[in-house]
Design a protein around this ligand. Structure first.
Ligand code: COA
Length: 396
């Protein structure tokens, strides 16, 4: 093909707009993020996670009565069926909790006789049901793999309080719940990130919402996306002492390593969620003795800024926060799921409202078209020479 006619390839879809959305907006110029028009910092200051979940799905913040009704419904859906507990008990105890969640949502979808109903009303019901059950699944798994019986959900506790109670049998002090709730709000939504795009792509073929969420969980698990929060703690633990942090970073930069919890595809001047999370980290640090880990994080942040001009993303402070809260490391990304379920499902419903099958193109650089050689002649036929290959043919 004439080089001037070669299509431009946008690897990783960098800089490509593929649709319009009314859910959230990343304002690059000011490094801010809004959900349905509300700045996330303001939502964190004034709202609990349940209000933000309502906002996501209904487009407006709830009135007092709407919130009461919403919470009542969410709390009534928290219990998981014994068959699902049996499935969890049959899994390898060292299975990654993200794989367990993926399996559990797939199970819930397969058990739902109404799975094919893609009406907005049905999808809202399914979304709330998944949100309500996710903490129960995460907590149940954390106990089952440690040889303990799951603790049943309580209907007198908030979403965040109930998670802690089901995991540890205790509700921590309000400052911890408050900080945890902020992580839930800030993890709830972030426009066309990889996992949301995965959910929208699955939906675009008119597959069901459970399939979309199952795929999104698989996508979030990766270390370049949600899995980064676990990887951040790996780094902090590997460093161990603040005195070793600078040398660790210098070595990592010299070896051109990717430093987890830093950088972002969209934000190039800092992640809008980080300042709120840093504030929460400082609060929790006072209660849970986080000076040492705080020092390590400060050194990494300053060093990355000085040497690479790259700032931390949401997963950096969150990893430190969850660690101080005593949460097991491999539950960090599942906690992300407990929050992002709201964003994913909102996008699934938005995708259905104006659906267009997502099917991009690629250029082709494989073998030129050739004839099938009969079996008894294979191995004797001459191989195609590079000159016969025609890279760049568009794929059908
Ligand atoms: N550590 C070291 N260098 C980094 C970096 C990081 N965390 N993030 C970006 N960079 C560097 C890249 O090496 C590249 O440098 P180069 O131009 O000299 O090659 C440059 O910054 C651009 O990075 P790139 O990978 O092209 O940006 P991207 O938009 O494709 O990637 C991420 C964005 C998030 C995948 C990337 O920043 C990353 O891998 N971060 C760590 C994982 C993480 O924290 N993910 C959670 C995101 S919320």
């Amino acid at each position: 093909m004439d080089d001037s006619k070669k299509p431009e390839v946008h690897k990783g879809l960098v800089g490509v707009y593929i649709d319009d959305s009314k859910v959230s907006k990343i304002v690059q110029e000011t490094n801010s993020l809004t959900y349905r028009g509300y700045a996330v910092q303001d939502l964190c200051a004034s709202c609990k996670f349940e209000e933000v979940a309502f906002l996501m799905w209904h487009g407006e913040l709830p009135t007092k009565q709407e919130l009461a009704d919403f919470e009542k419904k969410e709390r009534s859906l928290r219990a998981i069926e014994p068959e699902l507990i049996d499935v969890l008990k049959k899994l390898r105890h060292d299975a990654h909790p993200m794989d367990v969640l993926r399996t559990a949502i797939s199970f819930i979808g397969a058990q739902d006789p109404n799975w094919a109903d893609e009406s907005k009303a049905a999808n809202l019901e399914k979304s709330l049901n998944m949100m309500a059950k996710l903490p129960t699944i995460v907590a149940a798994w954390s106990r089952i793999r440690n040889g303990e019986e799951p603790i049943a959900p309580r209907t007198d506790l908030s979403y965040s309080e109930n998670f802690f109670n089901m995991t540890t049998g205790k509700v921590p002090e309000p400052a911890i719940i408050n900080a945890f709730d902020k992580t839930m709000i800030l993890y709830a939504e972030h426009s066309f990130n990889v996992s949301t795009f995965t959910a929208r792509t699955i939906t675009s073929s008119l597959s069901d919402i459970y399939s979309a969420v199952t795929g999104a969980i698989g996508s979030l698990k990766g270390r370049l996306h949600g899995g980064a929060n676990e990887a951040v703690l790996d780094v902090i633990q590997e460093i161990g002492e603040p005195e070793k942090a600078q040398a660790w970073l210098d070595d990592a930069i010299a070896k051109k390593k990717t430093i987890m919890g830093f950088g972002h595809r969209v934000y190039k001047n800092g992640d809008s969620r980080v300042p709120t999370l840093k504030g929460a980290f400082n609060e929790v640090s006072k209660l849970r003795g986080g000076e040492k880990i705080g020092q390590i994080m400060d050194i990494l942040e300053q060093g990355m800024l000085d040497k690479k001009n790259i700032k931390p993303n949401v997963d950096f402070p969150t990893a430190g926060l969850y660690h101080l809260m005593g949460i097991e490391k491999d539950l960090y990304t599942p906690l992300f799921v407990m929050a992002r379920i709201t964003g994913w499902t909102t996008h699934v419903m938005e995708q259905l409202e104006g659906n267009k099958l997502i099917r991009p193109l690629c250029t082709y650089s494989g073998e030129a078209q050739r004839s099938v050689v009969p079996m008894d002649q294979r191995g004797t036929a001459p191989k195609a020479t590079p000159a016969q290959k025609k890279p760049g043919n568009p794929a059908p």
